[in-house]
Design a protein around this ligand. Structure first.
Ligand code: BGC
Length: 468
């Protein structure tokens, strides 16, 4: 087991506190950037309510409809694979500006599509923006945030994703009666415009600026973000870490960083392979299978599940900087394992739809308290500044790849193993996730990004800089 004995050597959180107005600036910055998360959630979900109308208008076969739905995931894979390089090269702020533009433009083009081809091209680029946003938003927030509140601020991204998913259901519902699927897609233009305008006023990440040698601007931005007298010290800490870093992926082959890469990729796999998106994308179908009397009742129940997802994320934000990342992850994976086992039992014993409904809520709540937000948080914290973007690309790419595999195989798995067997498979994977988190995930609460980096650099030497 990786030992992370309590505090030891290494840089400590020098940026302890932000002044009042500085703190307001940080929070506002995180809130604006999190609109990228809202668009991520909205654009992955909006298709579910639009697809029936799309099929009718464009006369799509089953295979064509599947393609039209899945094309955004393909875009997300490409977007997340390239975003890391781009954000390391051109900066976090420019990438978010570009993403906002892309979301706006391609949402309108999806809405104006005249057939399968034009629709798929537009949705592919919307997907690419989702991929870029999924990486850049947590990274940008993590680099701006003071260590003591970084967990809550980065988790605003997850909160925004869950709100985006909820808003998409609402928008689908609102436009369903008039069959206006074009408005469903076009609605994304509003948050995209707010993100674009907001990003024009926000400043670049001081860590990225320091890495590019813009010392004065980095210092100014740390000050603007409320670091006050501690700005110099925080910048010095960043610069000293940068001096030790080498460019390129070579750094990831050092023993400690190899483990960091493994942790990032492992968390990404477990966040998806434990089945969350089977619930997010298919909950009305799952509830119908469990015996819900009508599609309408099942859709309403799904909306309640969506609200639970939003609320629990707020609770997680309140806890993540107090209790730490590890405890939330362990609680989360254990809770998910229990809930999934019980869902399987309920299907096996035909216990009825209400039982399944409560157990699904328990599952989503368990996910939302830990594995949901904390995966995005940890992958924005555990890599060195020089290659943070590129290393995050690996983890984010893994999220989208695994998402694809799980959602594409879900219905076949149900056919092959039945609902009970399917949920038990996910339950077993939660147990593996629990062990993985227990053994490998370090505690990063309250540490600067440089202190976390120091931990990996001196990984295996004692005493370690992070607690477990
Ligand atoms: C995951 C998404 C999921 C969402 C649900 C995110 O953290 O990455 O795949 O749909 O949580 O809340």
């Amino acid at each position: 087991m990786v030992k992370h004995s309590s505090l030891g050597t290494g840089p400590q959180a020098s940026s302890a506190r932000a002044s009042g107005s500085g703190r307001a600036t940080v929070v506002l910055t995180a809130m604006v950037a999190a609109l990228g998360g809202l668009l991520f959630g909205f654009d992955t979900s909006v298709i579910s309510g639009a697809m029936l109308f799309l099929r009718a208008d464009f006369h799509l076969s089953d295979v064509q409809l599947e393609f039209a739905v899945a094309i955004a995931l393909a875009g997300a894979l490409v977007g997340s694979a390239s975003a890391g390089y781009c954000t390391d090269r051109w900066g976090r702020r420019w990438m978010l500006l570009l993403t906002a533009l892309g979301f706006g433009l391609f949402s309108v083009l999806s809405a104006l599509a005249v057939g399968l081809v034009s629709f798929s091209v537009a949705r592919f680029f919307v997907g690419a923006c989702i991929g870029v946003a999924s990486l850049t938003v947590p990274l940008y927030i993590a680099e701006m945030a003071p260590a003591p509140i970084r967990g809550a601020l980065v988790s605003l991204n997850q909160l925004a994703i869950t709100v985006g998913i909820g808003v998409a259901y609402f928008v689908d519902y609102a436009f369903a009666a008039s069959e206006s699927w074009r408005w469903m897609f076009a609605s994304a233009v509003f948050p995209a415009i707010v993100l674009l305008i907001g990003m024009i006023f926000l400043s670049e990440s001081p860590r990225w600026l320091a890495r590019k040698g813009f010392r004065d601007r980095a210092l100014e931005n740390f000050r603007r973000l409320g670091r006050g007298d501690e700005a110099e010290a925080e910048l010095a800490e960043v610069e000293s870490a940068l001096q030790e870093e080498q460019e390129g992926f070579g750094i990831l082959l050092q023993p400690g960083f190899r483990v960091a890469v493994l942790v990032g990729i492992g968390l990404a796999i477990f966040q998806q392979i434990t089945g969350i998106n089977t619930i997010i994308y298919y909950s009305p179908a799952i509830l119908r299978m469990s015996g819900y009397p009508s599609a309408k009742a099942a859709i309403l129940a799904s909306a309640i599940i969506g609200v639970a997802n939003v609320l629990i994320t707020v609770v997680s934000m309140a806890l993540v900087d107090r209790l730490g990342r590890r405890i939330l992850l362990l609680l989360s994976t254990a809770g998910m394992a229990v809930a999934l086992t019980l869902i399987g039992v309920a299907f096996y014993q035909k216990a009825g739809s209400i039982v399944v409904f409560y157990e699904v809520i328990a599952y989503v709540v368990s996910f939302g308290i830990g594995l949901g937000p904390v995966m995005w948080l940890l992958i924005s914290e555990i890599y060195p500044t020089k290659i943070r973007g590129k290393a995050m690309s690996l983890a984010t790419l893994t999220v989208w790849g695994t998402n694809w595999v799980v959602t594409a195989s879900f219905l076949s798995l149900i056919r092959a193993a039945g609902p009970a067997g399917t949920f038990w498979v996910y339950a077993c994977l939660c147990l593996v996730a629990f062990i993985f988190c227990y053994v490998l995930v370090p505690e990063t609460k309250g540490r600067t990004l440089e202190a976390i980096e120091h931990h990996w650099r001196h990984f295996g030497e004692k005493p370690s800089t992070l607690g477990q």
